[in-house]
Design a protein around this ligand. Structure first.
Ligand code: ADP
Ligand code: DP6
Ligand code: CO
Length: 365
C-alpha cells in the first residue's frame, strides 16, 4: 500500500503461468457465461520461461469518471467494452463487497476504480495461451488485492469467464477443465488431475514460428467452427469425451507413448475441425508442418528400434509448436530442434523458449 496526499493506493502484484492443452477446448455452448462444448486437459508450464506479470491497484484518488483500466504490454486495452473482463471484475468486486459488509473495519475497496497493468514476457495473441496466463493473473492479482478467501477452484470459475483456458492456469501440473452440465456454469471448473510431482519428468519445448498476432482470435474462431463444421459435433460429443478418459489414464499410468499419441491426435483433430469450418480456418503454416516432420522423424527412429514415441507436437490457435517429451530424451528431442534452429538453412524460425520447461510446481502459483 502506497500513500500520498489524496489517500492510499492499494496494490497487489502476481505472476501466472501459461498452460498448453493436450486435449483442446474449442467451442462454446454458452458464449455469455463462456461454457465449453467439451472438457479439456492441459499441462501448466513453469513460469521460469513464459509468464504474465500483473499489478492491480485501486485508490480513491483514481478519477472515478475514467473507471477501470487495463494497460497491456504498454497499451490501453478497451476493457469498458469487454463484457468478459467486466464479468470478472464485477464478480471479484461483489465478493469484496460481501467481505466489507461482514467486517466494517475493512477499507471500502469494492467501490474504487481498478487500474490493472499487465505484461506478457512472450508473444500476445499468437497461440501461446496469453489469454490463459493473462486472465489467471488478472483474477489472482485482484483476489489478492481484495484479500479474498476463495480457493483456486472458486477463482477458476471467475477466470473461465475472462477466457476459458484461463481457468486451467490457476493450478499446477496436469489440469482438467470439466465442461459441466449446469446451465449457470457453476460446475464448469478446473481440477488438478495430477500434481507435477506425479510425473515430474515431463518437459516442453516452445517453438516460436511467428510472434505475430493471429488473424482470427480464438473466441471468434471457435464460434465459426461450432456454427459451420459438420465434423465438429462428433469431435465434441464422441471423440473428446473418450480421449479425456484415455488421457487421464495415460497420465495416471505415466504412459508417455499413449500421452504422446493422444496429444498429437487431438491437436490434429482440432485443426481438422478448423479447416472444416466455413470460411476455413488455417492456423498452421509451412514452418509448423516442418516441426511436425521433425517430431515424426524422431518418433520413427524410436519406434523402428522397438521403443515408444519420444515426442508429441501440439498447436493451439496459431502456428507455434509446443513439443512435449520426457527429461531422459532431452538430447534426442530438444537437442535435435536446437541443432536445427542453430542451422541458418532452416528459415522461418523466430526462436524458442526454455527448451526444457517443466510442469509448474504449486509453490510457484
Ligand atoms: P492466445 O492464443 O494468446 O491466448 P487469444 O486470441 O485467445 O490468444 O487471446 C488474446 C487476447 O487475450 C488479447 O488480445 C487480450 O485481449 C487478452 N490478453 C492477453 N494477455 C493478457 C493479459 N496479460 N492481461 C489481460 N488480457 C490479456
Ligand atoms: C486452441 O481460452 O483462448 O488454445 O475462452 O474465447 O478466450 P476464449 O478462448 P481461449 O481458447 C483456447 C483454445 C486453444 C485450446 C485450449 O487451450 O484448450
Ligand atoms: Co487464448
Amino acid at each position: 500500500m502506497g500513500d500520498n496526499r489524496q489517500g492510499p493506493v492499494y496494490r497487489s502484484s502476481t505472476t501466472a503461468p501459461v498452460n498448453i492443452a493436450v486435449i483442446k477446448y474449442w467451442g462454446k455452448r454458452d458464449a455469455t457465461l463462456n461454457l465449453p462444448t467439451n472438457s479439456s486437459l492441459s499441462v501448466t508450464l513453469s513460469q521460469a520461461s513464459l509468464r504474465t506479470h500483473t499489478t492491480a491497484s485501486c485508490s480513491a484518488h483514481y478519477a472515478a469518471h475514467e473507471g477501470d483500466s487495463l494497460l497491456l504490454n504498454g497499451s490501453a486495452e478497451p476493457i469498458q467494452h469487454s463484457p468478459r473482463t467486466q464479468a470478472c471484475l464485477g464478480q471479484l468486486r461483489s465478493l469484496r463487497s460481501s467481505l466489507e459488509a461482514s467486517d466494517p473495519s475493512l477499507p471500502k475497496l469494492s467501490g474504487l476504480p481498478l487500474h490493472i497493468v499487465s505484461t506478457n514476457n512472450f508473444p500476445t495473441a499468437a497461440g501461446l495461451a496469453s489469454s490463459a496466463a493473462g486472465f489467471a493473473a488478472l483474477v489472482r492479482s485482484i483476489a489478492d488485492l481484495y484479500a479474498l478467501p476463495q480457493s483456486a477452484t472458486e477463482l477458476s470459475r471467475i477466470a473461465r469467464q475472462g477466457s476459458g483456458s484461463a481457468c486451467r492456469s490457476l493450478m499446477g501440473g496436469y489440469v482438467a477443465w470439466r465442461a459441466g452440465s449446469a446451465a449457470d456454469g457453476s460446475d464448469s471448473l478446473a481440477d488438478e488431475v495430477a500434481p507435477p510431482a506425479h510425473w515430474p519428468q515431463m518437459r516442453a519445448l516452445v517453438l516460436v514460428v511467428s510472434a505475430a498476432k493471429k488473424h482470427l482470435p480464438s473466441t471468434a474462431g471457435m464460434q465459426v467452427t461450432v456454427k459451420t463444421s459438420s465434423l465438429f459435433p462428433t469431435r465434441a460429443d464422441v471423440v473428446v469425451p473418450r480421449r479425456m478418459q484415455n488421457m487421464e489414464q495415460a497420465i495416471r499410468a505415466r504412459d508417455f507413448d499413449a500421452f504422446a499419441r493422444l496429444t498429437m491426435q487431438d491437436s490434429n483433430g482440432f485443426h481438422a475441425v478448423c479447416l472444416d469450418s466455413w470460411p476455413p480456418i488455417a492456423y498452421l503454416n509451412d514452418v509448423s508442418r516442418a516441426a511436425v516432420r521433425v517430431v515424426e522423424a524422431i518418433n520413427q527412429q524410436s519406434t523402428d528400434a522397438g521403443a515408444g514415441l519420444l515426442a508429441a507436437y501440439t498447436f493451439d490457435a496459431g502456428p507455434n509448436a509446443v513439443v512435449y517429451y520426457l527429461e531422459r530424451d532431452t538430447e534426442r528431442v530438444a537437442g535435435v530442434f536446437r541443432a536445427l534452429l542453430g542451422n541458418e538453412r532452416v528459415e522461418g524460425w523466430e526462436g524458442s523458449y526454455g527448451q526444457d520447461i517443466k510442469p509448474a510446481e504449486m509453490e510457484e502459483l
